[in-house]
Design a protein around this ligand. Sequence first.
Ligand code: NA7
Length: 531
Amino acid sequence: MLDVAVIGAGMSGMYQIYRLREMGLNVRGFEAGSDVGGTWYWNRYPGARFDSESYSYGYSFSRELLQEWDWTEHFSPQPETLRYCNYVADKFDLRRHFQFNTRLAAARFNSDEHIWSLEFEDGGSGQCRLLVTAVGPLSAPVQPAIEGVETFAGEVHHTGLWPKQEVAIAGRRVGVIGTGATGVQVIQEVAKNAAHLTVFQRTPNWCAPLNNRPITAAEQRDIKASYERIFRMCRATANSFLHDADPRKALEVSAAERLELWEKLYGEPGFGIWLANFSDILVDEEANATISEFVAGKIRERVRDPATAAKLIPTNHGFGTRRVPMETGYYEVYNQANVDLVDLSETPIERITPRGVLTGAGEVDLDLLIFATGFDAVRGALDRIEIVGEQGVLLRDKWAQGPLTYLGLAVAGFPNLLTLVGPHNSATFCNIPRCIEQNVDWVTDAISYMREHGYQRIEATPAAEQEWTEHVFDAAQGLLLTQVRSWFMGLNSNLKDRDKPRLLVYAGGSPRYRERCDEVAQQGYAGFDLT
Ligand code: NA7
């Protein structure tokens, strides 16, 4: 029997295996893909890249690794990030601890023996004392629920299940459904080579320039000398990025001061325009309207045809209340002769046909159809596993009205299950590897504590779970994002049981979350029953 089974070989699974192996435990990882990388293994679509500064994204646990690895761009493209994941796996000899091509179908808790029985899709099975899920928050791809979706005769791919072999774009008629962070990345890349690109947009998002560029040799030296400062800053900011809110309020400064900050942020790399903006723009509608109008102005400047520009400007939510897609020449794509925008709010998709997509505006013939339609966010990858806790309760049934967790890491009634980056965990709203390292370190310490004290079982108490869940809702109070349809709120139009808003993320900030986790540990894992 394994001491610990880790599900997933992405950024969190790899680091978790590394830490537990260092403790000398009998541990094994199981991964559905054929190799390491998680998000960066599956999302191979053209244009996939970081929106986090590369050097703030890599693992911080090994100084040697930090000094050895050269990121080539401020925001690394997917192929380089996947190389990085492989480099880490090789350097720390992690691959031999994983069983690849092995998808977990079910996990059942045996209350008498305090162990989990595992069933894999290939018919294999296993047992472990502790089950650590590292399944990722955006890893359960969702196909669009559109009539006729299976009838399309051309080539079709979801961005999150992109094939390893190259997909031809040049000379082809390509359609993209979806204009979230992924759609925006794929559209701006495909537009360069496609004979013709049709973008099917249901809801426009507020996009902002990534301002990416190569890292020069001098910058590389500077980055390597500055890692301590970089990670210190990540620890101090609300979402562990190298950006933190401007303490001033948009409504308390002059219009000229507002413009000065916005022009600066619009021209700077990364999420600054979203996260380093005035402190009231994400909580105050009037303040939010000022920045939304600024970004709308930029869209109007960049898109030549005013009618097209108007379609690209969101009207049902304010800037930053959904995940801000970062772009490089996205709006200019719509000035190209080979690109059409179909506004589905005017002419909805009627069905997908063998030839292409039929909307109220007619049928668009396509050779390649790309679904950038997103994921069953945060909880989807857990829900897709039959996780059965005490008294035969299924995890997804327990969460029918929304997730209930303690620290986003544990669930009452599901002993010995620890969910890295689970719902209501600060890692859901974070420069994710920074929060992953915190999650993994915390879980590793908890397991080590259990061993020192001879405990075989750890379980969140219902009271602790309730208190944490209430805190998660309190922490999100007043944020405009809670009023808006998005995956943060657990909404997905393609899934029947995702039709009511159910907050999935922890918006109280990573410093506060870290403090809380540390307190719990210092108090001998307060809120957990240890047996
Ligand atoms: P998102 O952000 O969930 O975006 C999905 C997009 O697909 C969004 O524009 C949706 O429109 C659109 N969509 C979904 N289903 C349909 C159907 N049936 N018809 C038309 N349009 C549809 O997913 P992403 O992959 O872009 O990003 C997810 C996260 O991954 C991202 O936030 C990053 O953190 C990484 P809608 O807005 O629902 O009208």
